[in-house]
Design a protein around this ligand. Sequence first.
Ligand code: SF4
Length: 378
Amino acid sequence: MTAIIRKPDTLDKLKILSADAQYDLACACGSTKDEHRHRGADGKWIYPVTLANGGRASIFKILLSNVCSNDCKYCPLRQDMNIRRCTLQTEETVRLFLDYYNRKKVFGIFISSGVIGTPDNTAERINAIARVLRYRHRFKGYIHLKVIPGSSTAAIEEAVSLASSVSLNIETPGADNLAKLSNKKDYLADIIEPMKRISQMTARGNRYERVHQTTQFIVGAAEEDDRQIIRYMGGLYDRLHLNRIYFSAYQQGLGAADLPAEQTLQNPKEILTREHRLYQVDFLMRKYGFKDSEILFDEKGRLSLDKDPKEIWADNHPERFPIDINRADKFQLLRVPGLGLVSVNRILKQRQFAKIRRIQDIAKPNKRLNKATQYLKF
Ligand code: SF4
């Protein structure tokens, strides 16, 4: 008897593809590391996000296809994995998204994809959706497009011209590390050069300066250490002016059969803590004025798993403390362990009216504020 295999309909495809889309975090989904992994109640393709103004909204996040001709060893979609493959068509995706958008369920769309044949074929499919939305449906809202490593400059330029933000995943710091993970991707030609082109197009004063560029590191798959990742982060922020960097802890057992055990961190809890520490460093660099050269590591180039990186920096710089809570500027205050943006803004506001004499003048003491008092002078 011949088994009849039903072709997946749109809903089947959405279910299959949204399960696979969860590994790609380089989007506006969430402002904290955990929010990236949350999905909305309306379907696993709807993700809650925090907007720049602090408000909440949802985004339609979809993997166009889980077909892939690449061989990234950490990825459950790589070509030799035996999984059910499917691809959404352009009109199907546009219809689906507009249905959610017109019902005000989502404010924008995030589109990524495995490599369907060639990078340019894939880029054309991704761009086609954005083109139809922008030109036929006059959609002016948020579109995030994944840039496929190895796609042509023309395809990349079209993506930038259509998108609100684009991302190309750097995956790992340096060509040597990438060679451990993929035989097909060329670090300079397929990843770094396209990132540079995007950064030129979106530089301040240029036509596409409104377009954001983000990227993502896979953490713990290539024996890379934190020092290497953080040095690359410094370059990506300072020289290529990226808007945001995301981190995805390598998840063992999801298609990593070829990764040697010594190449990966074995303890899943450790690797999630490491991902968390990298997000903390990212915050220090983007919001608190830290440079990558100020971050401290152990002799193996690792961040501490036990203490947060700001506290380690402060404890290694006793000459900088205590600082005067009534005189220090914003960035000096932000270097105090236990003080975040909210408490620093409160201090700056409060001292316009009166001298701060004790921590209770700012807020009810808690564990974090109590820690901060050790580094402050009143
Ligand atoms: S290009 Fe690599 S990371 Fe992306 S879907 Fe294909 S195998 Fe996975």
